[in-house]
Design a binder for this molecule. Sequence first.
Ligand SMILES: [Zn+2]
Length: 368
Amino acid sequence: MIYDFDDGTSLRYNDVRKFGTIELKKEKDLFSTPPLNQIGPEPMEMDPADFYAGLKKRKNKPIKEVLLDQNFISGIGNIYDCEILYRAKIDPRMNAGLLSKPQAETILKEAREVLKEAIEQGGSTIKSYHPKEGVTGRMQNSLQAYGRQGEPCSRCHAPLRKISLGGRGTVYCPICQHSTRPFVVGVSGPIASGKSSVTSYLKEKGYHILDADHLAHQSYQDPKIQETLRKEFGDEIFRSGRIDRKKLLSLVAENKEKRLLLNRLIHPYVFQKTQEAIDHGKYKKIVVDMPLLIGSPIENECDLIIAVIADQKTREKRLQSRGVDVEKSLALNRDFPLGALKKAAGIILDGSGDLANLRKQLDSCPFL
Ligand SMILES: [Zn+2]
């Protein structure tokens, strides 16, 4: 059996069986009862003053998430959300309640433009979604942000960055989308690849450096962490009442389980201290020097990730000149997620050469 509706759609008997009882409503009732009566106006119908007032009420929510709130404004999905904020030059993480009136007006204007273009061009067919027959989804060709992570920004040529915000993939330009947050550069790479040369150069350029290794050392002085480590690794890792790091690291170098356990105990401290420094508001430009940045909560805080990679021979030579146990140091780095780092990085530097070579590579990034 097929039910035909006025708008040309139909419902088969099998669909009814699949979905159970279907309550049929008249159009006027449909829009005056939940959930449809709770849906906000579309951008074309939204009054700019109401939009600005609505943003003010949504304090402490990122503008990106507010635009997806269908009870406030309807019709904007994740793809167009990225596009609207890219065109409006607003950082998607900005607190909606702190946006100025002109910024709110720009966002609404761009929302109208983007949706108008999307309708004219038949939407954006991305992977699993297929619009009606005959509609090709040409809008995806004119998207300047969504799906273009790692590509240069069409305005300033900085690499576009993808982060996760409210569980949704978000692509933005870290340079030309206005932000009140600090500009955070994550520097990562396997041991002895040249990370410290990169960070010291960025320090000269005015960046505040947050060093994960330094924070990890600091964590060993935290009484709570000391107690947990004593429980897990025993008294043998203590010397004169303090943690013997060399002993502890040589213990975990040969044992993956213990290595992961140590990471689980130390990393929350390192992440928390890093997050506090980013949120503090004192520093405008920050470098996070963190070997295990990828997959950590700090990855999402970074506007740009620089991967520093060097060949094995160079790394071994450097470790030798530092007078450390080369094999153990390399063993500690065995689980390094190099593939994931390369994928997330906006810039990949070759750290095999000397300092002058690294500086030259960094100088070719005008946005740093
Ligand atoms: Zn840009």
